[in-house]
Ligand binder design. Structure first.
Ligand code: CP
Ligand code: NVA
Length: 327
């Protein structure tokens, strides 16, 4: 498998074999890391990390993964660079590609990271856009594979706002890798029709099924994985909280829902999560709307069915695989 020089912008661009290879490569790097085996095989290289939105997991994963591979990093934060304000994406791409061996980009529209990649002669990696979060899916699938031993045939249910980066990317990933994907939300939160029909074509190859449900109890019956994400994503206005709470509350992942799914079902979340009032936004919105949690209850989040911290650790191992395979 040779992925050298390839961008990693969205999973649609990768074959199931290539996605499987990246997950297996992450497993190898994870074993090396756990056994203290050095793997600084890309010593002397440099990468730029552009973040137009904030991050904990993705930034730390890129920095640690790069360091383990012997690669130096430069972090460009949401305010300090010239990008978009004094310098176009096309010019930024050509400047950074002359200095660095790879560029990570987190920001707004998918078209921005696509443009960056178009003008860059070095690989560009998508660290989250409004539409897609492909490195997160590799971590999620590595975690599912570790837990269940396989991906094919897993019943995967996504609760909540399925039309944004996580819902979209998980649907594509499931279609590619043969997991049965169900999105459960009011209809307006289902992914874009065009993406759904694209995924239906992809699913014909893998044998995956795609379903769209409005009733939580029906959706989670026989689920292996129940996944959710925040109801209001980065970059969205604070005013949408009220509507989201009203419309998505019935889709909160709680104990009753986990019980319908059965005792083998696990809970997953890309994080960060509003499962209690210990965050600034969680507290403010919780107090305003009289709630102690949003998309998942604290009880489920802290339960032994929750594998969210294994999932978070796997961000680093999978991002390392993406960098090492493409740089
Ligand atoms: N899951 C995820 O991308 O987390 P960060 O926003 O902290 O990077
Ligand atoms: N949908 C969330 C994902 C965070 C990892 C957001 O875009 O804020």
């Amino acid at each position: 498998m040779n992925l050298k020089g390839r961008d990693f912008l969205k999973l649609i661009d990768y074959t199931p074999e290539e996605i499987g290879y990246l997950i297996d490569l992450a497993t190898d790097y994870k074993a090396k890391k756990k056994n203290g085996i050095r793997h600084d095989e890309h010593h002397g290289k440099n990468i730029a990390l552009i973040f137009e939105k904030t991050s904990t997991r993705t930034r730390c994963s890129f920095e640690v993964a790069a360091h383990d591979l012997g690669i130096m990093t430069t972090y460009l934060d949401p305010v300090a660079s010239q990008i978009g304000k004094k310098e176009s994406i096309a010019d930024t791409a050509r400047v950074l590609a002359g200095i660095y061996d790879g560029i990570e980009y987190r920001g707004f529209g998918q078209e921005i990271v696509e443009e960056l990649a178009h003008y860059s002669k070095v690989p560009v990696w998508n660290g989250l856009t409004n539409e897609f979060h492909p490195t997160q899916i590799l971590a999620d699938f590595l975690t599912i594979k570790e837990h269940f031993g396989h991906l094919e045939g897993i019943n995967f249910v996504y609760m909540g706002d399925a039309r944004y980066n996580m819902g979209n990317s998980l649907m594509v990933g499931c279609a590619k890798m043969g997991l049965n994907f169900t999105a459960c939300a009011p209809k307006k939160y289902f992914p874009d029709e065009k993406l759904i029909s694209n995924c239906r074509e992809i699913a014909k190859e893998s044998g995956a099924t795609l379903s769209f449900e409005t009733d939580p109890a029906t959706a989670v019956k026989n689920a292996d994985v129940i996944y959710t994400d925040v109801w209001v994503s980065m970059g969205e206005p604070v005013e949408v909280w009220e509507e989201r709470i009203n419309e998505l509350s019935p889709y909160q992942v709680n104990k009753e829902l986990m019980e319908i799914a059965g005792e083998n079902a696990v809970f997953m979340h890309c994080l960060p999560a509003y499962h209690d009032l210990k965050t600034g936004v969680g507290r403010e919105m919780g107090e305003k709307f009289g709630r102690d949690s949003m998309e998942v209850t604290d009880e489920v989040f802290e339960s032994d069915r929750s594998i969210v911290f294994k999932e978070a650790e796997n961000r680093m191992h999978t991002i390392k695989a993406v960098i090492a395979a493409t740089i």
